[in-house]
Ligand binder design. Structure first.
Ligand code: G3P
Length: 214
């Protein structure tokens, strides 16, 4: 499974890249609003650090506006993947952009029916938002399982990118289900490597070494 980082913060992206675990980045308007640089500059810098897909989202809500913005975003760097909302207008934009060879990520996906249609429209990725479903007492990971079943049934090429991840178990479950990608907040990347027995074992090894090292 590929690991993307869900942030627009350059320092977090650089740290994750240095760990050797980073395959791509996802941003959204909220994440870009939480960092200092103007959005084009921020995306340019991110694309210099990461070779893999870097998602950047349109803010237009009509198809024509989405396509225009998408082409502008795609001109920033060859690895920009344009996030298009999973709406009716979004389907038109996904189809047109896919025909133009622009990579797309159908975002804000909350149902298997949305996932089916965005795949038919040619989305490169679909982003089921698992944490936001959990927040309203619907099992987010169940949606991931449904999407994988549908895509396997019909051989869709659209990659399943598990988004709105809140904890390490979302990542582990995504991997067990065979999702293509998990986009993970920086804090959760750290949590994935944390184990109390690793810390206790390391402390004991270092204490024992101190006793004999002279
Ligand atoms: O980037 C999209 C998604 O991962 C947002 O997550 O935590 O705002 O629901 P969250």
């Amino acid at each position: 499974m590929e690991i993307f980082i869900d942030t627009a913060k350059l320092d977090e992206i650089k740290q994750a890249a240095a760990m050797g675990v980073l395959d791509g980045v996802t941003t959204n308007p909220t994440l870009l609003s939480r960092q200092e640089l103007p959005f084009r500059e921020a995306l340019t810098e991110i694309c210099k650090v990461v070779d893999g897909p870097v998602s950047a989202e349109v803010v237009a809500t009509d198809a024509e506006g989405m396509i225009k913005e998408a082409q502008d975003l795609a001109s920033i760097a060859s690895n920009i993947t344009v996030k298009i909302p999973s709406t009716k207008a979004g389907l038109v934009a996904l189809k047109t952009l896919s025909e133009k060879g622009i990579m797309t990520n159908a975002t804000l996906c909350f149902s298997p029916s949305q996932a089916l249609l965005v795949a038919k429209a040619g989305a490169s990725f679909v982003s089921p938002f698992v944490g936001r479903l959990d927040d309203i007492s619907q099992a987010g990971m169940d949606l991931v399982g449904q999407i994988i079943t549908i895509y396997v049934n019909y051989g869709f090429d659209t990659k399943v990118l598990v988004a709105s991840i809140r904890n390490p178990m979302h990542v582990v479950d995504a991997a067990l289900m065979g999702a293509d990608v998990a986009t993970v907040p920086f804090k959760v990347i750290g949590q994935l490597m944390k184990h109390p027995l690793t810390d206790v074992g390391l402390k004991k090894f270092l204490e024992d070494w101190e006793k004999v090292k002279k």
